[in-house]
Design a protein around this ligand. Structure first.
Ligand code: DGJ
Length: 386
């Protein structure tokens, strides 16, 4: 009798243990289910995270996620740039608007402008948080093609708008010699009504749009910012009618350009640049230019930020599964925004755009793996742990 009672209590103990372990497992999976790729990602208030085209930084023990605050309808910016905070990269608290649009008529960031692809970096020397973003002026569609600067003492803002500008007016890329400059000066963009012919492409490669915009300054649309191991920061942007990428060095305070820049893949039509440095090699992952529709990613590598850049096939392999079926040759339906290193391991952050309701665009984070040759590979995962 005694032994039956003992077995009974042992069984009950085991059952209690099992229940508690499975509750813990359930808690953990509930936590992760907040970030299932291809589904809405809710913040601590239960709202979908409205931070698109942005980036993440870590300051102290807290992570900050910046991004475009998009309205439910319409393509222009009403509120500004959002910021969320997290201790674990899974649970995100809405910290409000880090950089607000202006109510002043004619202001560069007047409500109704378009603010895209904000990137915040921390400057250790000045102890300031610096934000760069793509700005389009109110009512002018995408023709202004400017980069804008804002600064803050605190990661959650408020950021103070500094200025917006075209870039490198009257400056040639540092690696263009006199013969290349003369060749560019002989091009004439106004003569080319028909694009995409071989002859037109040759002129683009010579720097036809670089020359066209020499006085006004170069266009800057989709962009990212990269801080290298030595603390130097670089701006990488889609320029020349989105045909050519420019890599530009920023000043030590990150608030201006030094004037040193060069072109990457002239005529290659790359946008949404994301950059990663792994074992001494820089990897640039971009998209093609098809508006809000997904396309096949492109990848380049170089031993120096100044190139030369070598093109590789897209790093995306396989098919997105579950409720979001999209092939690798459509970047799983997404477009990159940033590569963030979580505990040293790179994560590709992207947006699955919903152009009818931009605020509802989904987030996609996937770990970047490396094959035996050290080349990045990105596979679909519904969710994953680090
Ligand atoms: C693609 C860009 O990557 C986005 O940031 C946005 O500018 C859309 N084009 C607008 O069509």
């Amino acid at each position: 009798m005694k032994s039956i009672l003992w077995i009974k209590s042992l069984v009950m103990c085991c059952m209690a243990l099992l229940v508690s372990t499975s509750t813990q497992a359930q808690d953990k999976s509930m936590l992760w289910s907040r970030q299932v790729n291809g589904q809405l990602w809710l913040d601590t208030d239960g709202n979908h995270i409205n931070a698109h085209g942005g980036n993440i930084i870590r300051y102290g023990k807290t992570y900050y996620w910046y991004g475009e605050n998009r309205p439910y309808s319409g393509g222009s910016t009403e509120a500004g740039i959002s910021v969320y905070s997290s201790q674990d990269l899974m649970t995100w608290k809405n910290e409000g608007v880090a950089l607000a649009t202006s109510t002043e008529a004619g202001h560069d960031i007047q409500r109704g402008c378009i603010m895209e692809r904000p990137k915040v970096i921390y400057n250790k020397k000045t102890r300031k948080f610096v934000m760069l973003f793509h700005l389009e002026l109110k009512g002018r569609g995408y023709e202004a093609a400017r980069v804008a600067f804002a600064v803050s003492d605190s990661p959650t803002g408020p950021f103070r708008f500094i200025r917006s500008q075209r870039i490198h007016a009257n400056q040639w890329p540092f690696d263009m010699d006199e013969a290349a400059i003369r060749a560019a000066q002989q091009t004439d963009a106004s003569q080319w009504k028909e694009w995409w012919t071989d002859a037109w492409r040759r002129e683009v490669e010579k720097g036809m749009y670089l020359w066209r915009d020499m006085k006004e300054g170069q266009m800057s649309r989709d962009m990212t910012v990269y801080v290298d191991d030595d603390g130097k920061a670089y701006h990488i942007t889609s320029s020349q009618e989105n045909l050519t990428l420019l890599v530009s060095e920023l000043t030590d305070d990150y608030l201006d350009f030094t004037g040193k820049y060069n072109m990457v893949a002239p005529g290659g039509q790359n946008e949404a640049p994301c950059i990663l440095k792994h074992k001494g090699t820089y990897w640039l992952i971009c998209s093609g230019c098809t508006g809000w529709s997904p396309n096949e990613a492109r990848m380049f590598s170089a031993k120096s930020i100044w190139g030369p850049w070598q093109q590789h096939p897209s790093p995306f392999v396989g098919v997105a599964q579950g409720n979001h079926e999209m092939p690798a040759n459509k970047t799983f339906g997404a477009q990159g925004t940033y590569i963030y290193k979580m505990n040293g391991k790179p994560v590709f952050m992207a947006d699955i755009w919903n152009p009818r309701h931009l605020s509802q665009s989904l987030h996609l984070w996937l770990p970047i793996e490396f094959d035996a040759q050290g080349t990045p590979v990105i596979r679909w995962k519904d969710h994953w742990t680090h």
